[in-house]
Design a protein around this ligand. Structure first.
Ligand SMILES: Cc1cc2nc3c(=O)[nH]c(=O)nc-3n(C[C@H](O)[C@H](O)[C@H](O)COP(=O)(O)OP(=O)(O)OC[C@H]3O[C@@H](n4cnc5c(N)ncnc54)[C@H](O)[C@@H]3O)c2cc1C
Length: 392
């Protein structure tokens, strides 16, 4: 069992149920051939979700539609992440989890009934479309470079542009599309599939846990009624911030669960495997790798819990989530790398999920803000703080 203190008994009990479900029911699906390089197939998602529903662990972080505290969410999502297939099965995976959070905060009651409710029930999937192709110098690390444009036309909007890395777009039922509207940006809710939105390609990527992959698409004369606007016109960047801090942290939670499992697998290898007359773990080089992992897993857990506490106190936690995202994603990458190394050749095979966890956490150092972008914005904060202190 994973450790947990200062969380509610409800959070502990849900976390324990999710952990049992993932260990007993989901881990056996890890070798299922329907898990492709673009993520688990639609029928694999449907089958594992049916099992989650039966076990009473569907969308476990939002029981009866009410979001658990971020501290409790950490417990539940770490448990779900013990298998890279777990978050999708219990419906706490990206981007749906972040989209459900955003819709619960910003969408109108009508939009919630139409778009949020089916997501909560785990019946559909969604996508979040902000990033644009680098070759066209669209929005990437710098969202203000947005090139997709929404223009008013009477009571309607017409959207044109190209998007990429829209996780889950293939097979999703709803998209949140970010587009430029005058000086600001606006989020739009779009029913999918839509004839004005066409997937151009689904690139092969390092990671493979997210259904629907990360497609590149073209949006051509997409005509939407004004009811499609999520929240208010011009507040897209503000809402992106509302979504991003918790979404960054939930990635940390899920991948912490995955690295915890990778450490379990590597530790078992190190006590079963012998070399030079003793167990691998008794060789200092191997023992130290596993000890370093234990230390960094604990540090990651504490950083996540600290940032979750800041969010629970009502802050946007912009700076805190940057600190947590950088520290945790970089630590998890080192942890996964040491697990691979501990297991020698077996570590690079697909015989265990250690190889996949290593690939997944490599990508995590880029999405939801590359490490360098977070450090750059922290440096700007330090500069402001220091200049203000010197001025007093
Ligand atoms: C697996 C995956 C899933 C994704 N899912 C989604 C999704 O669902 N929806 C979506 O909209 N987007 C998604 N993205 C896109 C992701 O958010 C972007 O890749 C990310 O914002 C970086 O943008 P970019 O790829 O254009 O890199 P670029 O903007 O080209 O940046 C390249 C590198 O430049 C450096 N850099 C940039 N700015 C600075 C700076 N200020 N200081 C120092 N260094 C800097 C960083 O090292 C960065 O990695 C996903 C990406 C991946 C890999």
């Amino acid at each position: 069992m994973m450790s947990h203190d200062s969380v509610s008994t409800q959070g502990q009990s849900i976390g324990a149920r999710v952990e049992r479900f993932v260990r007993d029911t989901i881990i056996p699906f890890e070798r299922d051939p329907r898990w492709t390089s673009h993520g688990p197939s639609l029928d694999l998602v449907a089958e594992t979700r049916a099992l989650a529903r039966n076990a009473g662990v569907m969308t476990p972080h939002m029981p009866a539609g009410q979001h658990l505290s971020h501290r409790d969410t950490a417990l539940v999502l770490r448990a779900a992440g013990l298998s890279p297939l777990g978050p999708v099965a219990v419906n706490v995976a990206a981007p749906d989890e972040g989209n459900m959070f955003l819709l619960s905060k910003v969408a109108s009651p009508e939009q919630q009934a139409r778009f949020l409710q089916p997501l909560l029930e785990g019946r559909v999937r969604s996508t979040f479309m902000m990033t644009e192709p680098a070759a066209e110098n669209g929005a990437g690390s710098d969202p203000s470079m947005l090139m997709t444009v929404a223009e008013p036309d009477g009571d309607q909007w017409i959207i044109n542009g190209r998007k990429c890395f829209s996780t889950g777009l293939d097979g999703a039922s709803v998209a949140i599309v970010m587009a430029k509207t005058g000086v600001g940006a606006t989020m739009f809710l779009v029913d999918l599939p839509h004839p004005a939105m066409c997937i151009e390609r689904v690139p092969h990527t390092l990671d493979s846990s997210m259904p629907g992959g990360h497609p590149t698409s073209r949006i051509e004369n997409l005509r939407l009624d004004r009811e499609a606007v999520l929240g208010e016109v011009g507040k897209g960047f503000k809402y992106a911030q509302v979504r991003l801090s918790p979404a960054r942290l939930t990635h940390c939670m899920r991948w912490l669960g995955a690295c915890t499992r990778a450490q379990e697998i590597a530790s078992e290898y190190a006590v079963k495997r012998q070399a030079f007359g003793r167990m691998l773990i008794d060789h200092e080089g191997v023992g130290y790798m596993l000890a370093d992992n234990r230390i960094e897993l604990k540090q990651s857990e504490l950083l996540i819990d600290w940032c979750a506490g800041v969010l629970d106190a009502g802050s946007l936690a912009t700076m805190e989530s940057s600190i947590a995202k950088v520290a945790v994603s970089e630590a998890l990458f080192r942890i996964a790398d040491r697990c691979v190394q501990t297991m020698g050749g077996t570590g690079v095979t697909r015989d265990t999920i250690v190889e996949q966890v290593f690939r997944e956490v490599r990508a995590f150092r880029i999405y939801d803000g590359p490490t360098e972008v977070h450090k750059w914005s922290l440096a700007k904060h330090i500069k402001r703080e220091t200049l203000a202190r010197l001025a007093t």
